[in-house]
Design a protein around this ligand. Sequence first.
Ligand code: ZN
Length: 116
Amino acid sequence: MASRQAHTRKRQIMAEISKLGFCLPGSLVARTTRCSTPSCHCQSDPERRHGPYPSWIRRVGDKTTTRTLSAAQAERYGPWFENARRLRQLVDELEALSAQVMAEVEGWEEPRPAQH
Ligand SMILES: [Zn+2]
């Protein structure tokens, strides 16, 4: 990629990042649960657990934390997970682009990713 194109793409990436908004770590998944009533069907039958409920799962330090969300919360914060996913894509692209520019400036041959 020519350097001028790389700089243009870098500006586009930065512009998109600046418009992203809040980005939540972890993921939003649908999870079924068991309640604390010993006689409830959820205790004995895996097919009859409660839910699924939207749940936010993330790592905090070396622990995995789960928080169950209401449908309204899942709807409200869903886009924040999308933002985080897009941010990671853009950061990955910016890193790859930077490696390309560095290789071009230094006259290095860039290793190509393996073909699948
Ligand atoms: Zn139950």
